[in-house]
Design a protein around this ligand. Structure first.
Ligand code: ADP
Length: 600
């Protein structure tokens, strides 16, 4: 974690200052470019002008050579001279054009050059004329000679003018260049100084900034590493198994406690699919729960694993989704506890409790039976005695009718007394309507399921409760009604012991009619054998080795005492449904009817 101290001090990062310096530097660079372009323009022009005068001399000397060749031909008749002149006459334009391209001429000198070119043209024409006449007549025609001489003279004048102009332009250009250099030198010096100061300041600021960044990075890295170390220490010292699993169920990280439970080394399990260690019966349920966590839910579930060395353990885990900045769950974080020992002790306690309850029920029944026997013994043995006397009296002669009648009456009295004792016991056992009170059936179901919770979990039974939307009240004896529900739940859970864990589901469903409430307790066990169906409500009927066969019989009599009914609604090899029907409490039934008629 990066704490407040590790934040960079603001003054060490004058970002706006750096930006201003950078902007000034950019401005100075732009001005520099402008200066360069200015100097470069005058220097270029100057450089092109420098050789122009020299080239002009070239041009003039070539034309002069051609004039000499023309004269030489008409004086000596040398054909070679004539050919040289004609070669010049054919090419002078091309030569002049290349001069134009290389030289840098102003508009005025350009005009003058056109005049020079015109004069060259004249020389070429008049020269040809003189040569032709000379070739025909063998003498030089005076008029031709004068024209040629005139053209040569004009050419020389035009050339002299052009030369002067070029020299003056070259001088002006040199002056301009010197002037620009002079002007820009001061600006360049100032600019150089500005550049140096700006660059040095910018460099200093940047170095300071980098230094501050380095310090910050170092601090942050140290802080992150410390935080990681702290996290690792906490992670590793956690006594419960803490693990991180990716979207595909692969193990990303696990602490030492987790490795101990899996009986594995870190490298054996990292990157491997965690579902493989879960026992087959629980695997699908576990995968479904993990998928729900990937969708953003959190959950808690109990399951069994087999460690890499084969040890079975019962675990309970809490899974939460982990997101790193985005909406999608990247990892599932699980904190898992080994409850094998806890479950074993719970089971042991339950077995003890069951045995105790069984023994106390047997004792109670024994006491009840012996006290009933004791109570009945008296009238029955009295009646037996009277019957014995009766027998004797009947065999005597003469028959003592009065005595027989008297003893028969005594037998009847004792029989009545015995019947009265039985009635008294029944009265004693019969629920007293005065104990009845409005009882919320849903609350009763919830609290009974709460008591059964450990049993449900231990046997891996999934619970589905589909309760009527409104609360339903009956007038009844809360304890007895709870006894009925617990008995039905207990039977249902035990009935599913024979089927595989993934198939075990207990469903509690309540609906209300206008006057009754219907409670259905549905299991997914193997059902009741068809020959047993009639007997399950009979006293002492049981198919369990430790059973008493009293539960359903007592349950039915309790329900009937509440003006209700208890039946097996359905029983197939896929499961059994017990149906309890109880009258709604008077007030509630009225409310139901009222709301129904309002609907109508
Ligand atoms: P006990 O549970 O002591 O056997 P009960 O009267 O509660 O006594 O049950 C009687 C018998 O009815 C049971 O032994 C069992 O054979 C059968 N029984 C009760 N509930 C179920 C059930 N949900 N599924 C299958 N058989 C059942």
């Amino acid at each position: 974690m990066i704490n407040e101290e590790s934040k960079a001090p603001r003054s060490a990062y004058p970002r706006s200052l750096i930006l201003s310096f950078a902007a000034l530097l950019l401005l100075a660079s732009t001005y520099c470019v402008y200066l360069f372009v200015r100097v470069d323009a005058v220097t270029r022009t100057n450089n092109r002008r420098a050789p122009s005068v020299g080239r002009l001399f070239d041009l003039r000397s070539r034309t002069n050579d051609a004039v000499q060749e023309c004269f030489a031909f008409v004086i000596s008749g040398d054909e070679a001279e004539k050919r040289d002149f004609e070669t010049w006459a054919a090419n002078y334009e091309q030569f002049s054009r290349s001069f134009l391209q290389q030289a840098a001429l102003d508009a005025v000198s350009r005009e003058q050059f056109d005049r020079v070119l015109e004069q060259q043209h004249q020389i070429a024409g008049s020269g040809r004329q003189m040569i032709t006449t000379y070739a025909q007549t063998g003498v030089v025609d005076r008029a031709d000679f004068d024209a040629f001489e005139h053209d040569v003279d004009q050419f020389s004048r035009a050339m002299a003018v052009l030369q002067r102009q070029l020299e003056s332009e070259w001088a002006t250009s040199q002056q301009n260049t010197a002037l620009v250099w002079h002007q820009t030198r001061t600006e360049s010096l100032v600019l150089g100084a500005v550049f140096a100061v700006l660059s040095a300041t910018l460099l200093f600021l940047l170095l300071r900034r980098f230094h501050a960044y380095d310090q910050l990075r170092e601090k942050a890295m140290t802080s992150i590493m410390e935080s990681n170390r702290r996290f690792r220490l906490i992670f590793e010292s956690e006594p419960q198994c803490v693990k991180l699993v990716d979207r595909e169920g692969r193990l990303v990280d696990i602490n030492s406690a987790g490795l101990q439970l899996l009986e594995a080394e870190r490298e054996d399990v990292l990157g491997k699919c965690i579902f493989d260690v879960i026992v087959e019966e629980d695997r699908e349920r576990f995968i479904k729960a993990s998928q729900a966590v990937l969708r953003g839910e959190s959950n808690r579930l109990e399951f069994e694993i087999v460690g890499l060395k084969g040890q079975h353990r019962t675990m309970t885990t809490r899974q939460v989704p982990i997101r790193y900045g985005s909406d999608e769950t990247a990892h599932v974080l699980s904190i898992t506890e080994d409850i094998t020992e806890k479950r074993r002790i719970e089971q042991q306690l339950k077995d003890h409790r069951d045995k105790l309850a069984h023994a106390s029920r047997v004792n109670l029944l024994g006491e009840l039976v012996s006290s009933i026997a004791h109570e009945l013994n008296q009238p029955l043995s009295a009646a037996t005695n009277y019957a014995f006397v009766l027998e004797k009296l009947a065999s005597e002669s003469p028959v003592q009718t009065a005595a027989i009648r008297e003893h028969a009456g005594r037998v009847r009295d004792q029989a009545h007394r015995a019947a009265e004792i039985v009635r008294g016991i029944r009265r004693l056992l019969k629920p007293n309507p005065a104990d009845n009170q409005p009882t919320d059936i849903h609350q009763l179901i919830e609290s009974s399921l709460g008591i059964m919770g450990p049993d449900l979990r231990a046997r891996g039974v999934d619970l589905i409760t589909q309760l009527h939307a409104e609360s339903l009240t009956v007038d009844g004896h809360q304890v007895q009604l709870q006894q009925v529900l617990m008995n039905l739940f207990q039977n249902a859970i035990q009935a599913m012991d024979q089927v595989e864990r993934s198939r075990r589901t207990l469903t509690i469903h309540t609906v209300s009619t206008t006057e009754h409430i219907e409670i259905r307790v549905k299991d997914t066990g193997n059902g009741i054998e068809s020959e047993d169906k009639r007997d399950v409500f009979r006293t002492f009927f049981t198919t369990k080795p430790e059973g008493m066969g009293m539960g359903l019989a007592v349950a039915r009599s309790i329900i009937e005492a509440h003006q209700g009914s208890l039946v097996v609604e359905e029983s197939t090899p896929r499961g059994t449904v017990f149906l309890v029907v109880l009258p709604l409490s008077g007030e509630f039934a009225d409310e139901c009817c009222e709301s129904k008629s309002m609907h109508c």
